[in-house]
Design a protein around this ligand. Sequence first.
Ligand code: TYD
Length: 210
Amino acid sequence: MSGRGLFVTFEGIDGSGKSTQARMLAEALRAEGRDVVLTREPGGSPGAEEIRALVLEGATDRWSPESEILLFTAARRDHMERTIRPALAAGKVVISDRFADSTRMYQGLSRGDLRGLVDTLHDLMIGLEPDVTVLIDMDPATGLSRALSRQTAEERFEGFGADLQARMRAGFLALAQEFPDRFVTIPGAGTPETVATRVRDALAGALPHG
Ligand code: TYD
């Protein structure tokens, strides 16, 4: 298959700074003349952006855990079909702010142990893993205070509080050990520029041509 691009995802707890880092990486790679698609989940295609509002707004108990997994997976399928796969086929670098690892953590761990269900649905309907996953590791208390200071309508998960943040952080670190071939863990403390340099250094080997 000619023209296979590179698929990079950013993961981390709410307020970890991963969205800023995804944007900074996209800007740095574009400045080098690379063709980059910066996208996000939930969302990243028109249909998936509509599902985003369904899953991120409203009461915490708006969906059962199982319905929620189906909605995130439906959004991801559309995002993959319409945005990610075409860009990779055209040889582009795709940078996604969150992807399937977020479902493995948030839906797989937060309301009971549903990881098996998440993985089964992923295998059936998605079947795509990133080439590189950048985990921005952040102290949960700092992450939570940053996330809460943003005050958006997208608060269904942020309302879950400090305990959940701590469990998510531990879960992401365990996931990085589970998939050591694609994960790089970057300390999120420091200025955005400092963290961006760490990310660029970690990715240097994954970007062979420019
Ligand atoms: P995001 O927009 O990345 O928010 P933030 O920048 O604050 O991290 O993600 C919004 C929320 O969606 C976040 O709390 C995590 C949640 N989420 C899931 O629960 N499951 C998923 O599969 C994804 C992609 C996100």
